[in-house]
Design a protein around this ligand. Structure first.
Ligand SMILES: Cc1cc2nc3c(=O)[nH]c(=O)nc-3n(C[C@H](O)[C@H](O)[C@H](O)COP(=O)(O)OP(=O)(O)OC[C@H]3O[C@@H](n4cnc5c(N)ncnc54)[C@H](O)[C@@H]3O)c2cc1C
Length: 413
């Protein structure tokens, strides 16, 4: 078994798919080590294990809307693609989504997965409470405001296995998607926050070529006014893929055609392969105020990035208080790289991390990065407290794997 990209071959002794909560409790009780996995879209060993892995997708589906809160209670192993059309049909929406609906809710929340939008937090901030199974098989509910909540929501699969979430919802809304072509990176640097605030959700795609430009993907909510031009750049009159050489069929509708939130906020449609497939991704979170300087640093090695890259995406994420979130207490600019699959990217990833370390970049937990535990401790200031919380919940580290033990410096037991 491999991850979605095929760059990680899983070492599982067994892959278990419990069909009920009781079965999940049983497998947790019986196994000395067990690692939970979602849809395996991570680009590193985060979801790997040399012991037993468990996946929740076969457990009975749960979608319970509570209009009073308003919230929806869901099975953690479901994908956004399974959930979103159902709540939309009932008149409700999630505030934001990632670029693809194929990923599991739990895997996304546990890694701090995000969409874009100057006022939008990452997807983990949609969680109101989580129901978990502890290492001894007992059940626990953790709600916003509880001491355990901020530590455990972006939890990297540690401490407990989440089987159910309660998520915030709002009334359903429409989005119109418009692309503004050929905005220069210099212009983006000059007016970063204002350009990235042009719509509810904004992504800037660039390939770092010496043309020095990129396309701005804007997702406007129903009442937002769509400008004729942004930073002097005009609206595209043809549908596009983020990677110009790829057929845009797989992309959600553009050209201002209104559609429900779940068919516009992701760039890619559920029924198609997202992105390009033959790829590895990495992504770095920096303070939004440093975005222009970070782009200047990357310009210095643009000629090295360009040949190894399919495309780069720059987004924004609002600050939060979730301990291992990439946007912990920092309004964030996210600089993402979709790399061509090649060993040559790894030295370049290290080089990029060297250039960005003065900006205290945080890596995306689910993407390829080389940062070591000493560095991670500096930029995620709550890591030591997180470890205490995890060891309190799971003293034998039943839910850990080599990757988390290495990156978080848990000592092997
Ligand atoms: C094509 C593509 C596009 C992407 N686009 C984006 C994007 O727009 N924004 C972004 O931020 N990321 C993006 N990602 C990265 C992706 O969101 C993360 O890798 C995410 O973790 C995927 O969820 P998953 O279910 O596949 O996680 P997995 O890889 O299966 O697992 C990830 C982590 O979640 C934990 N986990 C899984 N289930 C549970 C559970 N029930 N309880 C506790 N922990 C659990 C696992 O233990 C593991 O630590 C993209 C990835 C791909 C392949």
């Amino acid at each position: 078994m491999k991850n979605w990209s095929g760059n990680v071959e899983f070492q599982d002794l067994a892959f278990l798919e419990p069909c009920s909560l009781q079965e999940l409790q049983e497998v947790i009780r019986k196994n000395e080590r067990i690692r939970v996995r979602g849809t395996a879209h991570c680009f590193n060993q985060l979801a790997d294990t040399s012991s037993v892995s468990v996946n929740l997708a076969r457990m009975p589906e749960v979608i319970e809307i509570n209009e009073q809160v308003p919230s929806v209670t869901v099975l953690a192993g479901m994908t956004f693609g399974q959930l979103a059309p159902r709540i939309n049909q009932a008149g409700w929406a999630l505030s934001n989504l990632a670029s693809l609906p194929h990923i599991s809710i739990a895997g996304s929340v546990a890694t701090g997965t995000h969409g874009s939008g100057i006022t939008n937090q990452n997807l983990a901030n949609q969680i109101i409470s989580l129901n978990v199974v502890l290492e001894d098989g007992t059940l626990k509910k953790i709600s916003k405001g509880d001491e355990l909540f901020n530590p455990i929501v972006v939890g990297l699969g540690l401490g407990a296995i989440v089987y159910q979430y309660e998520m915030k919802i709002e009334k359903t809304f429409n989005i119109r998607q418009v692309i503004y072509e050929e905005i220069s990176r210099i212009e983006l640097q000059r007016n970063f926050e204002s350009i990235m605030s042009a719509a509810y959700s904004v992504s800037y795609f660039t390939d770092w070529s010496n043309l020095g430009q990129g396309n701005l993907w804007c997702k406007f909510r129903s009442l937002e006014i769509i400008p004729e031009s942004i930073a002097g750049s005009q609206k595209a009159d043809q549908k596009q893929h983020p990677i110009p050489s790829v057929d845009p069929e797989a992309c959600t509708d553009q050209l201002e055609i209104p559609g429900p939130w779940h068919e516009r906020l992701p760039h890619f449609k559920l029924e198609f392969m997202p992105s390009v497939g033959n790829e590895i991704q990495s992504e770095y979170f920096v303070d939004i105020r440093d975005a222009a300087d970070v782009i200047s640093e990357l310009e210095k090695i643009a000629a090295e990035i360009y040949p190894l890259l399919w495309i780069s995406e720059i987004r924004t994420i609002a600050a939060d208080n979730l301990w291992l979130s990439g946007s912990f207490q920092r309004n964030t600019a996210a600089i993402h790289f979709t790399w061509k699959k090649s060993d040559a990217i790894y030295p370049l990833i290290e080089k990029i991390e060297g250039l960005l370390s003065p900006f205290a970049y945080r890596p995306h937990w689910g993407k390829a990065f080389s940062a070591k535990s000493e560095y991670l401790k500096e930029v995620f200031p709550q890591i030591d407290d997180f470890k205490k919380v995890i060891l309190g919940l799971d003293p034998s580290q039943k839910f850990s794997n080599d990757f988390t033990r290495d990156k978080l410096e848990f000592h092997q037991r």
